[in-house]
Design a protein around this ligand. Structure first.
Ligand SMILES: *Cc1c(COP(=O)(O)O)cnc(C)c1O
Length: 383
């Protein structure tokens, strides 16, 4: 095992600035990252979409796994996608050479200039962006992606805007490459939802006769809609080993979780019936038992709404969380884990405990749990 900087500061924090203590010996939460799992999950994308190029989505600090770290672990892909220009610049600063697509593109001239300077490929989703390109004074050429709105109603051009945009950009000398046209599926995480078939048909109608390459499928599209695997696919969550579907886990798709969030038991005490635990005394002990306190809380990104009964693993065995999640601690009912001791490992999600299951207990989604791991959580990389 090797030790690295906190999740969010991936490339920029000098190693010397990090405390010397080994992450797994501290009474504090740490995230073990199984780096070979990235390659395994990438292979699963190839299995599902064997004829497509792959744009790996690594926005939001690589879904909480570290932007540059993820880019290095997924070096075999054809392009990376980030949400914003600063993420693209951070990748270039770290020496990443692959194509980088900026999903939100630019909304001011200065951001456009940065795209040209750092060789980032913006997504053009609105006509005002074409105005900015035509008005720009810079000399570098640009590759751009065009995005069509087929029903998500977030970013994207409608049919007549697409036509106008395509026409103008084709004439624009600054554009060295009109890269593939994109659209985003709103409901691919519901299998057999007619909305997805409708979006696919509309996209085909709007873009089909232009002959450009196409890029449609997010993870749910890759896993659930083989008809959405065009020349390019655009998966995110499945690369991290989680499922986009509410009623599945990554393992159901043959994926492996990259992140396992762990901590240690730091205290334990006997409880008698009637003892209330934690803020507000929400949970009241019903039988003589034993409580464990683990060093993790919402200050680490463990979800505050996680309800009583949310499972954790104590030495690999399931035990229920009880009472409210604190900033730095959670309480666990250890009555049925008599062998558990101070210092034992507690797994919050990951290997052996699907993050999707924790998300359901906390009324959230696995994306939000992974992205929400905070900088104080130390990262331990496993090669
Ligand atoms: C985040 C994002 C993706 C990846 O979605 P997953 O559900 O994580 O696979 C793909 N395309 C766009 C436009 C996105 O914003």
């Amino acid at each position: 095992m090797s030790e690295h900087s906190p999740v969010s500061h991936s490339a920029r924090v000098p190693r010397a600035a990090q405390p010397a203590a080994p992450a797994c010996g501290l009474a504090a939460a740490y995230a073990e990252l199984d780096l070979p799992a990235f390659r395994h999950n990438l292979q699963r994308v190839r299995d599902y979409a064997p004829h497509s190029r792959i744009m790996a989505v690594i926005k939001a600090n690589g879904y909480g796994h570290g932007l540059v770290r993820v880019a290095r672990a997924l070096a075999g892909v054809d392009a990376f996608a980030v949400a914003r220009v600063d993420e693209g610049i951070a990748l270039r600063d770290a020496g990443i050479q692959q194509r980088i697509v900026v999903l939100q593109g630019f909304f001011r001239g200065e951001e456009l200039k940065l795209h040209a300077r750092f060789n980032l490929e913006p997504v053009i989703h609105s006509l005002f962006q074409v105005d900015l390109i035509e008005a720009a004074a810079f000399m570098e050429s640009l590759a751009v992606w065009l995005k069509v709105d087929t029903g998500m109603h977030r970013l994207g051009l409608d049919e007549s805007e697409f036509k106008a945009c395509h026409e103008r950009l084709r004439r624009c000398k600054r554009i060295r490459q009109l890269a593939p046209v994109m659209t985003h599926l709103a409901s691919a995480d519901k299998l057999h939802d007619p909305a997805t078939a409708h979006q696919l048909a509309l996209f085909d109608r709007i873009t089909g006769h232009y002959g450009e390459q196409r890029c449609i499928a997010n993870s749910a599209g890759v896993l659930g809609y083989s008809s959405a695997a065009a020349e390019w696919v655009r998966p995110g969550i499945m690369l991290y080993g989680a499922s986009p579907f509410a009623d599945r886990t990554g393992a159901d798709h043959g994926l492996k979780p990259v992140m396992t969030l762990k901590t240690r038991l730091i205290a334990s005490k006997r409880l008698k019936p009637g003892d209330a635990v934690g803020y507000g005394g929400d949970w009241v002990c019903q039988r003589p038992g034993r409580l464990g306190i683990a060093a993790v809380g919402y200050g680490d990104g463990y979800p505050h709404p996680a309800e009583t009964g949310t499972p954790v693993l104590v030495n690999g065995r399931r035990a229920p969380l009880v009472g409210r999640v604190s900033m730095d601690m959670i309480a666990i009912d250890l009555t049925d884990c008599p062998e558990a001791q101070i210092g034992d490992t507690v797994t919050l999600w990951g290997e052996g405990l699907p993050v999707e299951e924790i998300a359901r207990h906390a009324s959230t989604i696995p994306y939000a749990l992974l992205c929400g791991v905070t900088p104080r959580v130390r990262v331990v990389e496993r090669e």
